[in-house]
Design a protein around this ligand. Structure first.
Ligand SMILES: [Zn+2]
Length: 600
C-alpha cells in the first residue's frame, strides 16, 4: 500500500528562479509520486489542491465539465505501476473567472469548484451581493412559461454570496470583489442591478450626481450607470469612507475592485469637473483610497479598471503607491474576429466629454492601453469578454476558442500578468473547449489546436475527429455570416442566405449521422451537442427567412426555436445559460430585422 504526503512549500517558487519572497498569488506545484508513494507539494495551500487535481489528471481522470456529471475516472487503475513526476509553475499569475449571466447557488459552487481542477486560481464576485445574477435565475428571467416568478430578496443574495465566498476560501482561491456600485451605495441608492430605480433622491444627494445637460439626475434612471460629481472632495470622501468600512467588514476579500459608473458618455459636465478628464478624477480617488487604507492598516490590493470613458488616460497625476494596485484593462468594445495583438498602435483620439466613440479595432484599443501603461503601475491583468457574448456569434465554437488561445498566448508580450474572464458561467455549448483552452493556456500550454484535439478525444473518443471537423466548418461559416456586422446582413443578402442554407444543411447532416446517446463518453456531452445543433438549425432557418424578406415566418421559427431551448433547459443548464442566450440572440435578431426592414 502506498502513501502520498501533501505539503506546502512556499520556497517552491524561489526554487524555480532567483526571486526572493514568493508572491502569495503565485502558484507552483511539485508532484513526485512513484508507484503510489511520494509527495504532492504546492507553494501555498491553493497550489497543493491544484497539484492534487493535476496528479489525478496524470492518472487519467478528466474534468470535462463542471460538476460530478462532467467527470470521468479510469475504470481500472494499478497505482503500483504509475509514476507521476511534474514540477511546474504557471505562465501567468492571474487566472480567473468573473460572475455574469444567471446563476443558481449550486451552479455557482460547481463553477468555483471547477477552477482549481483546471489550474485556475481566482474568482470574482461582482457587486456587494451578486443580487442581479441570482435574481435572473431564481425569477426565471426571460422564461416564457415559468410556473411562478417567486420573489427574490437582497437578503437571499447576501446569504448565497456568503456561501460562495466560503467555497472560494475553502479552496484558497484569490477572491476578487465588488467592481461597480461604489457610485450608488455610499449615497444610499441601491446599485444591485442594471435597472432603473424609482426611489426618492434627496436634494443633498442629487447635487452629488453628475450634471449632464444642466441636470443632476440618474442617468436614464439607472443608478449603476450614473456618474458622480467627482471633483467634489466631500463626494470622494464619502466613497472612500464607505469602501474602507466595507472592506473592514469583509476580511475575506483579497482584491477589491474600485470601478466607477458603468456605461459611457455619462460624465459630469459641471465647471469644476470639466477641466480634467474622468481618469484624472479617478486617479485622485484611487490615491485617496490608498491613503485611507494605509491609515487604517488595510493591506488588501485595489484593482482599477481601464475601460469606457476611462480609456482616455489621465493628463496629470499618477498612481502614488503602485504596490497597492492592480491595473486591469477591459477592451469591452473590441472585435472578436481577430486576435488581440498587433505591433501597430493607434494614438488615442482627442477626448470630447460625453461625445466619444468606443474603440473597436485592436490597434485602437492597444493605443489606449499603451497610453495608460505610461502612467505607472505594478501588477496587471486583462479583463476580457470572449464568453460573455462573442461565443454566441460562433456556432461551432472552434474559432472563438482559438482566438482566446492566441490572445492569452500574447498577453505577456503586452505586459499583462494574467486574464480574468468576464463570462456567463455556463458557456459550454457545444462543449467546454473554450474553458479548457483558457485554463491550459494560462497555465502555459501554447498549442491551442493540440489542446482542442485532446479535449475532443477525451469527450467524444472515436467520434472526436468527425465532430471537430464539422464544428470547425460551422465556425468558418458563422465567421463568414459575421454577426458583428449587422448592416452586412442586408448589403450582402444573397451571400448570407446561401451561408444560412449551408449551416442548415451541415447541421441536418450531423443530426442524421450522430447517435447522441453514445457519441460522448459522458451522457451530458451528447445532450448538449444535440440541443446546441437543433437550436442553431432553427436560428439559421429563421435568419434565412428574415434576410429573404419573410419576416413573419422568420418570427415563428425564431420563437419556436427559443421555446425548444427553454423546454430542454433542464438537460443543458450546466452548459447553456438560457437567460443570457435568449437575451443576446433576441436583441441581435431584432437589430437584424430592423436593418432588413429599413427602406433605403
Ligand atoms: Zn461635477
Amino acid at each position: 500500500s502506498g502513501e502520498i504526503k501533501l505539503a506546502v512549500h512556499p520556497r517552491l517558487i524561489s526554487a524555480f528562479e532567483t526571486s526572493a519572497e514568493p508572491h502569495p498569488y503565485d502558484d507552483a506545484i511539485d508532484i513526485a509520486v512513484i508507484g503510489g508513494n511520494g509527495t504532492i507539494c504546492g507553494s501555498n495551500s491553493r497550489s497543493v489542491l491544484i497539484a492534487v487535481y493535476r496528479y489525478l489528471q496524470e492518472l487519467g481522470c478528466r474534468f470535462l465539465f463542471p460538476g460530478r456529471a462532467g467527470e470521468l475516472f479510469p475504470t481500472e487503475l494499478d497505482l503500483a505501476s504509475t509514476s507521476v513526476v511534474v514540477r511546474e509553475r504557471p505562465r501567468y499569475r492571474h487566472r480567473g473567472v468573473c460572475i455574469e449571466g444567471a446563476n443558481s447557488i449550486e451552479g455557482l459552487i460547481d463553477a468555483i469548484d471547477f477552477l482549481p481542477k483546471q489550474g485556475m486560481n481566482s474568482y470574482f464576485i461582482q457587486f456587494q451581493e451578486a443580487y442581479t445574477f441570482f435574481k435572473r435565475w431564481y425569477r426565471h428571467e426571460g422564461h416564457p412559461h415559468a410556473a411562478s416568478k417567486e420573489e427574490f430578496t437582497v437578503d437571499e443574495a447576501r446569504r448565497y454570496t456568503a456561501l460562495a465566498v466560503k467555497e472560494i476560501a475553502r479552496r484558497g482561491l484569490i477572491y476578487h470583489a465588488v467592481g461597480h456600485g461604489w457610485t450608488c451605495e455610499p449615497l444610499g441608492i441601491p446599485g444591485y442591478e442594471w435597472h432603473p430605480w424609482k426611489g426618492e433622491i434627496a436634494p443633498e444627494v442629487a447635487e452629488q450626481l453628475a450634471e449632464i445637460d444642466g441636470r443632476r439626475e440618474l442617468f436614464h434612471g439607472v443608478p449603476l450607470n450614473t456618474s458622480l460629481c467627482y471633483s467634489r472632495p466631500d463626494t470622494r470622501r464619502l466613497m472612500v469612507t464607505y469602501m474602507s468600512d466595507y472592506v473592514e467588514r469583509h476580511p475575506d476579500i483579497d482584491i477589491l475592485h474600485v470601478w466607477l459608473a458603468d456605461g459611457s458618455n455619462n460624465q459630469c459636465e459641471c465647471e469644476n469637473c470639466r477641466p480634467r478628464r474622468p481618469a484624472d478624477w479617478y486617479v485622485m480617488l484611487l490615491n485617496e483610497i490608498d491613503a485611507e487604507f494605509c491609515e487604517r492598516g488595510i493591506d488588501i490590493k485595489v484593482c482599477f479598471i481601464i475601460y469606457s470613458d476611462l480609456l482616455w488616460p489621465p493628463l496629470e497625476g499618477e498612481i502614488r503607491n503602485p504596490e497597492r494596485f492592480v491595473m486591469m484593462f477591459a477592451p469591452i468594445s473590441r472585435t472578436y474576429r481577430e486576435p488581440f495583438y498587433s505591433d501597430r498602435y493607434e494614438a488615442p483620439p482627442e477626448y470630447y466629454r460625453n461625445q466619444n466613440e468606443m474603440p473597436r479595432s485592436v490597434a485602437a484599443n492597444l493605443g489606449f492601453y499603451r497610453a495608460w501603461d505610461e502612467v505607472g503601475r505594478g501588477d496587471s491583468l486583462i479583463f476580457d469578454y470572449h464568453y460573455m457574448w462573442a461565443h454566441y456569434r460562433d456556432i461551432g465554437g472552434v474559432r472563438i476558442a482559438t482566438i482566446l488561445g492566441e490572445d492569452i498566448n500574447n498577453l505577456d508580450s503586452l505586459n499583462f500578468n494574467g486574464y480574468m474572464s468576464c463570462q456567463v458561467q455556463r458557456a459550454m455549448a457545444p462543449n467546454a473547449m473554450g474553458f479548457t483552452v483558457m485554463a491550459r493556456t494560462l497555465w502555459g500550454e501554447t498549442d491551442t489546436a493540440a489542446i482542442i484535439n485532446a479535449y475532443f478525444a477525451d469527450l467524444y473518443g472515436a467520434e472526436a475527429a468527425m465532430i471537430l471537423r464539422n464544428l470547425q466548418t460551422l465556425s468558418d461559416l458563422s465567421h463568414e455570416l459575421n454577426f458583428e456586422d449587422v448592416p452586412e446582413m442586408k448589403e450582402s443578402a444573397t451571400e448570407k442566405v446561401w451561408l444560412c442554407k449551408e449551416i442548415e444543411k451541415l447541421i441536418e447532416g450531423m443530426l442524421r449521422q450522430i447517435d447522441f446517446s453514445s457519441v460522448s463518453k459522458l451522457p451530458l456531452g451528447g445532450r448538449i451537442l444535440e440541443v446546441h445543433l437543433k437550436i442553431w438549425h432553427g436560428l439559421a432557418t429563421a435568419l434565412r427567412l428574415l434576410i429573404s424578406g419573410d419576416s413573419e415566418s422568420a418570427e415563428t421559427v425564431f420563437e419556436d426555436t427559443l421555446l425548444y431551448m427553454w423546454q430542454r433547459e433542464s438537460d443543458v443548464m450546466f452548459a447553456l445559460d438560457c437567460f443570457n442566450f435568449n437575451r443576446t440572440i433576441r436583441s441581435l435578431f431584432q437589430e437584424i430585422k430592423a436593418t432588413i426592414e429599413t427602406t433605403v
